[in-house]
Design a protein. Structure first.
Length: 137
């Protein structure tokens, strides 16, 4: 008989195998509920809350804007040189995406400047706001 590894399906009896690649009762079988606890699954990220982390969001969109603009300029220059139709299509699409991303950057910068951060909006801000402030009189 040949050598089989510990985790291989061939090492298990035929009636013990579930047919899905992992033997039933294997201590190496992990369900997804063990990987993520319930409090982590249900807790929303602060960055996903409107009015929170606006500088970070503006930075991500600005980096995307720069990359998209660079790709648009490259495709336009390549189209002028080679006249391949797909390069013209790419240049037009990247131009439209540049306008779209510029809108996002301006939106996040305006939200940060105007101070539209609602204290009740983020879960961490709610816990901080509920704590009494230590004010020395």
């Amino acid at each position: 008989m040949g050598h089989t590894t510990f985790g291989s399906a061939a090492a298990w009896p035929r009636n013990h195998h579930s047919g899905l690649g992992t033997p039933r009762g294997s201590r190496y079988q992990v369900t997804s509920t063990n990987l993520a606890t319930q409090d982590r699954v249900r807790k929303p990220l602060d960055v996903l809350t409107p009015g929170s982390c606006e500088v970070l969001k503006a930075g991500v969109h600005a980096a995307t804007l720069g990359l998209i603009a660079l790709m648009g300029v490259y495709n336009a220059a390549a189209w002028l040189r080679r006249r391949d139709p797909h390069l013209a299509v790419n240049a037009i699409l990247y131009g439209a995406l540049t306008v779209w991303e510029r809108h996002h950057v301006r939106h996040h910068i305006a939200a940060g400047r105007l101070g539209q951060i609602d204290v009740r909006a983020t879960p961490s801000a709610r816990t901080e706001a509920s704590k009494p402030a230590n004010v020395a009189a």
